[in-house]
Ligand binder design. Structure first.
Ligand SMILES: Nc1ncnc2c1ncn2[C@@H]1O[C@H](COP(=O)(O)OP(=O)(O)OP(=O)(O)O)[C@@H](O)[C@H]1O
Ligand SMILES: [Mg+2]
Length: 261
């Protein structure tokens, strides 16, 4: 664990868009909170989908990820409670998109998140998740530099493996230059449709190549998962009996189990 009170920190990343990063951030975080863990979710994506998905209006955010990255607010003061017990959020403020540009000329621009964590004094969390934007951008580099592990969400479709190679290269480079301790938490297969032949083939290939790094539990394609954000709640508060809610609960259990052994 790199940071006192904030540990372990897990970046949920994939530079590919729409592969279930945010859905996993919200629902894995909420499932762990339901399993009695204190969880902080950091919305590092200017789209603010984790923020709105937890029922927080991005327009109303006065202090969020942008302010913390720019050193204008301290992390502890910007964390807010959500309607889910034990689940806290660092919301994405509207100007987060600008942070990328504003930070480019700054010294130590890759270390902003790391520094915010290093000086953190506040309530303790059992797990911290960072929902990354769909790019290997400065924001994602900040997340990977500040994290203990990376959790990759992978949609079982044709180009899945190609994108993964690129992501693994970036992780290797971050390890060399900025964060030697960064390790893989695992690969979570999302939007799996086992009636679809291609989905099944991709799953088989990914498991053959990455072995035990791949979570045994998978997230199936489930309409309840795509509906829940419009209600501003994790899927378990929308329909706890849905396949999506049950899948994320199972992943949360596997997640905790994997960390014990
Ligand atoms: N298992 C699933 N079943 C059905 N729909 C899903 C599932 N997972 C995600 N979705 C939907 O697919 C879309 C993309 O998912 P999500 O926003 O989680 O991906 P993302 O990787 O965070 O995207 P981005 O790269 O834009 O941040 C969303 O509309 C989401 O509701
Ligand atoms: Mg997202």
């Amino acid at each position: 664990m790199k940071h006192q009170g904030l540990g372990p920190v897990i970046a949920i990343a994939n530079q590919k868009g729409g592969v279930g990063k945010t859905t996993t951030s919200i629902n894995l975080a909420a499932s762990l909170a339901a399993l009695d863990q204190r969880v902080l979710l950091i919305d590092l994506d200017p789209q603010g989908n984790s923020t709105s998905g937890l029922g927080v209006d991005q327009n109303q955010v006065t202090s969020g990820t942008y302010d913390v990255l720019m050193g204008e607010s301290v992390l502890a003061d910007s964390i807010i409670d959500t309607d889910c017990e034990r689940l806290s959020l660092l919301p994405a403020s509207m100007d987060l998109a600008g942070a990328e540009v504003e930070l480019v000329t700054e010294m130590g621009r890759e270390l902003r998140m790391h520094q915010a964590f290093a000086s953190y004094t506040g309530q303790s969390f059992d797990y911290v998740f960072i929902d990354c934007p769909p790019a290997l951008s400065l924001l994602t580099v900040n997340a990977l530099t500040a994290s203990d592990q990376v959790l990759v969400t992978l949609q079982t479709e044709f180009y899945a493996m190609e994108g993964l190679t690129q992501l693994m290269d970036s992780i290797r480079r971050i390890r060399q230059a900025l964060n030697a301790e960064l390790s893989m938490e695992g690969i979570l297969l999302t939007m799996v449709d086992r009636r679809n032949k291609l989905s099944t083939l991709v799953e088989r290939d990914v498991r053959a190549y990455f072995g035990s790094q791949v979570f045994e539990e998978i997230i199936p394609r489930n309409v309840r998962l795509s509906e829940a954000p419009s209600y501003g709640v994790p899927v378990m508060y929308h329909d706890v009996r849905s396949k999506g809610a049950q899948a994320y609960l199972a992943v949360a259990k596997e997640f905790m189990h994997r960390r014990k052994v």
